[in-house]
Design a protein around this ligand. Structure first.
Ligand SMILES: *Cc1c(COP(=O)(O)O)cnc(C)c1O
Length: 462
């Protein structure tokens, strides 16, 4: 198994190389050259297995023998032992055929833990094997930073530097990052906004000479290993609901499209999926593209579901590559046009996507209405991201005989603002985090200057 770029020009890589590399050198994203298949019997045999064992079986072909089975099994088992629920990602039945897949029982209460608990361990494994160290840099306005820190805090060969805009992230989100006091974790509060922080990280990736040869690693969702880890919960939940003997539909609160692309991969591996419903907030590029063939950037809107606030949906390129028949040149041309001006997909690829994907966009007022309505009907308090999914799932549900699984991407305690606006007193943090607001914090405030940030990285990396 090799990994190839969606733009067709970069060299093919091994699994190890693809984990250590972010974007392909031609600007594309890496995808597996062939899709491993799960047969009817393979799926049937997963009934009743633990999440870690299903994870091992689903991901093992992608690892391609580059980690021996026993070691990989240990890595997977340790990654998912950090979750506070025995089922790791439990299903919660809302009504006759609508289920919530609770992806928020990891250390930082959002679904990004599923991927980042694994990715940190994979990076550390490969770096140890090579006798190398690496530096992770990332900018965050929320969920990714804390999940990356939790995923790397025990990694001997990694130092992680996460930039957040000073005094512009919520207290819970800041404390989830700054209360991790591990020697290899460095939180930097930038005197600027999120875009300033992001620009400094981008510039550091573009010119890495300040690190004198130490590898710089990205942990955003363009890393293939994050997608791979997310395939697992589609398979595990569908098997729990009767696959391969019956079909399932999924509704996915979406932004960069990493999550729903993982679902598409599960489908391509052989999971019987009726359809995928993509839920967006008011930043609706995915919905506009699918519903109106309007593939264009619009200004960023700050919404009550902030982890879905995006202008461009980076992983959508991976799906376009499939829709365009794996024609890297066509994908490269389309995305070049898209960067410059509003554009549209060609008819045939769009028709192909519409066979499998539906979409729905949900604005802030509706998010609040859904939180109230869902509580009234089911007693559940949804987080605002999950609320977009709930509404989209109800709208696009389709046949009653097919279970609809809505992915619950965050715990409501993490997004108290929306919950309180919807009229609830708030939701307590789960027991293992109830002292978060008393924990000691550590972070460094720096001006929004590239040289100051890079000097800090050089001085502190181990
Ligand atoms: C990151 C995130 C999303 C969006 O996921 P994508 O993979 O970018 O589509 C949705 N909800 C929450 C809570 C998130 O943190």
């Amino acid at each position: 198994m090799r990994y190839i770029s969606t733009r067709g020009q970069a060299p093919a890589l091994s699994f190890e190389e693809v984990v250590l590399t972010g974007m392909a050198s031609d600007g594309g994203l890496y995808v597996p050259e062939t899709v491993p298949q799960l047969s009817h019997d393979d799926l049937a045999a997963m009934a009743g297995l633990s999440y870690a064992e299903i994870a091992f079986r689903v991901m093992q072909p992608y690892v391609n023998g580059e980690i021996d089975d026993e070691t990989f099994r240990t890595i997977v088992t340790e990654a998912y032992a950090t979750f506070s629920h025995d089922a790791v990602v439990p299903l919660n039945q809302l009504d006759a055929n609508h289920f919530l897949l609770e992806l928020f029982h990891g250390p930082t209460l959002a679904f990004k833990d599923v991927a980042l608990q694994l990715l940190g361990r994979l990076l550390d494994h490969f770096l140890k094997k090579r006798g190398e160290r690496a530096v992770i840099m990332g900018a965050t306005s929320g969920d990714t930073g804390s999940a990356a820190i939790e995923g790397c805090r025990h990694c001997d060969n990694l130092d992680i530097f996460i930039l957040h805009p000073y005094q512009r992230v919520s207290e819970v989100q800041r404390r989830q990052m700054t209360s991790v006091l591990a020697d290899n974790v460095f939180n930097v509060a930038i005197e600027g906004n999120f875009d300033d922080a992001q620009a400094m990280v981008k510039a550091s990736f573009a010119d890495q000479s300040f690190l004198n040869g130490t590898r710089l690693v990205a942990v955003n969702s363009i890393n293939w290993a994050r997608i791979m880890a997310q395939i697992v919960y589609y398979v595990a939940s569908a098997v729990a609901l009767g696959a391969p003997h019956r079909k399932v539909s999924f509704c996915v609160p979406s932004a960069n499209f990493g999550n729903v692309f993982a679902g598409y991969m599960a489908y391509r591996m052989g999971l019987p999926v009726e359809r995928f419903v993509i839920a967006t907030n008011a930043n609706d590029i995915l919905h506009r593209t699918l519903a109106a063939n309007d593939f264009s950037k619009q200004e960023l809107k700050a919404t009550l579901a902030p982890s879905m606030d995006i202008v461009v949906s980076s992983n959508f390129e991976r799906l376009l590559f499939e829709a365009y028949g794996r024609d890297g040149a066509a994908v490269a041309a389309l995305l070049e046009r898209f960067q410059a001006e509003p554009t549209a997909l060609a008819d045939a690829p769009l028709a192909r996507l519409r066979e499998l994907f539906a979409s729905h966009s949900v604005d802030d007022a509706t998010i609040l209405e859904v939180i109230r309505e869902a509580h009234h009907r089911t007693q559940e308090i949804l987080d605002p991201h999950t609320a977009t999914g709930y509404r989209a799932a109800e709208r696009e549900r389709g046949e009653a005989s097919v279970p609809m699984v809505t992915l619950a991407t965050a715990h409501p305690a993490k997004f108290a603002e929306a919950v309180v606006k919807a009229g609830f007193p708030g939701v307590p943090l789960p027991p293992h985090m109830d002292d978060l607001l008393e924990r000691e914090e550590r972070y460094t405030v720096l001006p929004a200057e590239l040289s100051a940030v890079q000097q800090f990285v050089v001085d502190n990396r181990r």
